[in-house]
Structures are given as structure tokens and as C-alpha cells.
Design a protein around this ligand. Structure first.
Ligand code: G3P
Length: 224
């Protein structure tokens, strides 16, 4: 499974990439507006850091303008994947762009029907938003299950990119269902490493060791 970081914050991206576990980045107009002074330069900088897929979203509403913006975004870097919203105009644009070899991430997906239409239109990725479905008391993970079943039934090549992740349970439950990618806010990415029993277990190991061997693991010649 691929892990993407859901942020436009350069420092957070650099720090997470140091783990060697980050395969890509997703942004959206809200995330970019929080970080960028020049969106085009900012997206380029992210792509140069990640050297993997970077989703950048159009802001047009009509398909012809979406296509124009998509071509501009895709010229920023070969790593850029263009994000297009799941609307009638967005699907028209997705169909045209995917036909011309531009990778599209169809975003703001909240139903299996929307997912099926986006996959049929040739989306490279689709982004169902788990957290925002949960936020209104529906079952976001069931949406993921339904979409994965539809993808398997028809052999769509589109990759399912689980988005709007609110906590680690969304991450591993999406993995159990079998999504291709999960995109995580940095805070949640770092939560994945943590378990209190790991911390207490490691401390006990080190306490027991240091009680007996003061110098830790060092060559005999270096021991005082
Ligand atoms: O960037 C797409 C998606 O992950 C954002 O989700 O609900 O955290 O704004 P949300």
C-alpha cells in the first residue's frame, strides 16, 4: 500500500520524507491557501522534495477551463497529478484529460456511484473522503468497502486513494479493505508509529541493560 501525505507544508513534507515511507503528497485548494504565496512554485517545490505523485487541484468549474488549468498544472512537473472535483463538468474534463495521457485524481467522492463514474471516465486515482462521511454520522469505511468491490467486479485500473483520514483506525481499516493508497495529515502519520507498550518495553530493556553494562554496546577498547 502506498502512503501519501495530505498537506502543503514544506517542513512537514521534508520531515516525513526522511522516514523513507512517503510515496506521494496530496494537496487541495484549502491546504495550498494555508501555505503557498505562489501556488505554482509551491507545487513545484513539493514535487522536487517528494519525487513522487503530487496531487494539485484545479479551481475552475467548467470543463473547458478545468482542462486549461489541468494542462498548466501538469506542466509544473512530471510528478503532478491533476485533482478534478467529482461533478458533471469534472467527469467531462477527466474523460478528455485521461484520453490525452494526463493523470487525474477525481476528488470529493462520497458515494459508490460517483466512484464508478470516475473510474469509468478513466481516473488515475479516485479520492473518497472517509472522515467527512463519518462527520455526518454515515459510515465512511463502508463507502471504501463498496468502492473496492466495484473496482474488483469490473477490473478498473484506477487506484483508490483513501482520503479525509481522521485517525489511525481509518488507516489500517482501509488497508484491511485493500485500498491502493491512504493519504494522511502529518499528525496522523506520526501517530501510526506510536504505542505505549513499545515505549515502556524499550525503557525496561535499556534500564536492565544499563544496570549491568554501564557503557552500552561499545568496542572493548572504547570502554572506560
Ligand atoms: O485533501 C483531501 C482530503 O484528505 C481532505 O480531507 O476532510 O481532512 O479536509 P479533510
Amino acid at each position: 500500500m502506498k502512503i501519501f501525505l495530505d498537506t502543503a507544508n514544506i517542513e512537514e513534507i521534508k520531515k516525513a520524507c526522511e522516514t523513507g515511507l512517503i510515496d506521494g503528497v496530496t494537496t487541495n485548494p484549502s491546504l495550498l491557501s494555508q501555505e503557498a504565496s505562489d501556488p505554482i512554485k509551491h507545487i513545484k517545490e513539493i514535487a522536487e522534495i517528494v519525487k513522487g505523485p503530487v496531487s494539485a487541484e484545479v479551481t475552475a468549474i467548467k470543463s473547458d477551463e478545468m482542462i486549461t488549468q489541468a494542462k498548466l498544472l501538469s506542466e509544473i512537473s512530471p510528478y503532478v497529478v491533476v485533482k478534478i472535483p467529482m461533478t458533471e463538468e469534472g467527469i467531462k474534463a477527466t474523460k478528455e484529460l485521461s484520453k490525452n495521457g494526463i493523470k487525474v485524481n477525481v476528488t470529493l467522492i462520497f458515494s459508490p456511484s460517483q466512484a464508478l463514474l470516475a473510474m469509468k471516465a478513466g481516473a488515475y486515482y479516485i479520492s473518497p473522503f472517509i472522515g467527512r462521511v463519518d462527520d455526518i454520522s454515515y459510515d465512511g469505511l463502508k463507502l471504501i468497502k463498496d468502492i473496492c468491490e466495484i473496482k474488483r467486479n469490473y477490473g478498473f485500473e484506477t487506484e483508490i486513494l483513501a482520503a479525509s483520514i481522521r485517525h489511525p483506525v481509518h488507516f489500517y481499516e482501509s488497508a484491511k479493505i485493500g485500498v491502493d493508497i491512504v493519504t494522511l495529515p502529518p499528525k496522523i502519520f506520526w501517530q501510526l508509529f506510536k504505542h505505549p507498550l513499545t515505549d515502556t518495553g524499550l525503557q525496561k530493556f535499556l534500564d536492565d541493560w544499563n544496570l549491568k553494562f554501564k557503557n552500552g554496546l561499545t568496542k572493548e577498547k572504547d570502554r572506560k
